[in-house]
Design a protein around this ligand. Structure first.
Ligand code: KG4
Ligand code: ZN
Length: 353
């Protein structure tokens, strides 16, 4: 297959791993468009409903891809390769994007590039300037994953720490649900926390070996804390508060509760990141994933970076949550390495790197 474009390597990328349908065009690693269609339908169910996500992807994919190509001012015939998210994610959602990408690559007779969603989150740090130099560490925090990745070159990465149970985004969303907030609750906790005192309530920090994380204990502590209307986060056979008292406690203290929950999640993340930086001796440190939109995490990350003399990097907001630009940039590096996929490649909900 010949390279088709005349002005550099053009990649069209498709992301459909969860509940955002996104398409992006990049030329020589420069993002020309990044369109994202978010699926509002899940809000009423308190979480992503896989079957509804697949159907919404099917409705969105043609207009989103079309929009991304038009916004880039790029002819479809000038695209050199199609990159798509192969794994991990919801299998039905992944299938919509992968089948679409395969059909397009076949009809245009151009290479297909399979991308791992979590590698792409890490490489979202290579989209804008200033870019981190190698090696760098990346704390990737999303709704489904929490990882510390040692990145030695664009395609050489190693997971050196990860959660043994819930992801950081899940901890935010589940805590928000306990507070009666709608899905996804992470951004709402962030919003209420801005007016709260993070030292008002204290939740336990889990002692997990090595560079791994755990968030399920924090979530359980918050559950008991609310059931006891703030008097204790220890389990009791009968909780000391009535339903009405719990509700009143939450209403009266929402900002302080949110600020305290956020502070604990952030401290769990940053304490392990500090340990990872010391263990590896790496000073270029990045954030990635949807939770890196959290203002408490961004502020604490920068402050920690100054104290520890790190060079810190956080992608632009539109590249933190799920997006196809990060798939495009990963696709670009895979194109340079001639790392192409066969048309027989299958979407995979849980593939290793
Ligand atoms: O990376 P992402 O968009 O999708 C996944 O691959 O999971 O991350 C979504 C997660 C959700 O859990 C959402 O609540 C969380 O990121 N999130 C936030 C904020 N914005 C998004 N969590 C806390 N504060 C925020 N501002
Ligand atoms: Zn993601």
């Amino acid at each position: 297959m010949q390279k088709k474009g005349t002005g550099g390597i053009s990649i069209l990328a498709i992301e459909s791993s969860c509940d955002e349908t996104s398409a992006s065009v990049c030329v020589d690693g420069r993002i020309l468009s990044n369109l994202i269609a978010s699926q509002k339908i899940h809000e009423q169910y308190g979480g992503v409903v896989p079957e509804l996500a697949s159907r919404a992807h099917m409705q969105n994919i043609v207009p989103v891809v079309d929009g991304a190509i038009q916004k880039a001012g790029h002819a479809l015939q000038a695209i050199d390769a199609i990159a798509f998210t192969r794994s991990p994610g919801l299998i039905g959602s992944l299938l919509v994007g992968s089948q679409f990408a395969k059909s397009l690559a076949l009809s245009l007779n151009i290479p297909l590039i399979a991308v791992h969603h979590m590698q792409a989150h890490v490489l979202s740090n290579l989209i804008d300037d200033p870019k981190p130099s190698f090696p760098f560490l990346c704390l990737t925090v999303s709704g489904g994953h929490t990882q510390i990745v040692l990145c030695k070159s664009p395609l050489q990465m190693e997971v050196i720490g990860e959660t043994i149970d819930d992801a950081a985004g899940e901890a935010f969303d589940k805590s928000a649900k306990l507070l009666g907030l709608p899905y996804p609750g992470g951004p709402l906790i962030d919003l209420y926390a801005k007016d709260g005192d993070p030292r008002r309530f204290s939740f336990p920090e889990p002692q997990i070996p090595a560079l791994n994380f755990s968030f399920s204990g924090v979530k359980t502590a918050i559950l008991y804390f609310l059931q006891n209307a703030g008097k204790s986060y220890v389990f009791k056979e009968t909780f000391s508060a009535t339903e009405a008292e719990r509700k009143a406690f939450i209403d009266d203290n929402l900002a302080d509760i949110c600020a305290s929950i956020q502070a604990r999640i952030v401290s769990i993340l940053l304490n392990k990141l500090k340990k990872a930086a010391i263990t590896t001796g790496v000073k270029n440190i990045c954030l990635a994933g949807g939770v890196s939109a959290n203002s408490g995490l961004r502020k604490a990350f920068k402050e920690t970076g100054e104290k520890q003399q790190w060079n810190t990097f956080i992608p632009a907001f539109e590249y933190c949550t799920d997006n196809a630009a990060m798939i495009a940039i990963t696709g670009y590096y895979k194109y340079l390495a001639k790392d192409f996929a066969e048309l027989s490649v299958t979407a995979n909900a849980r593939a290793e790197w």
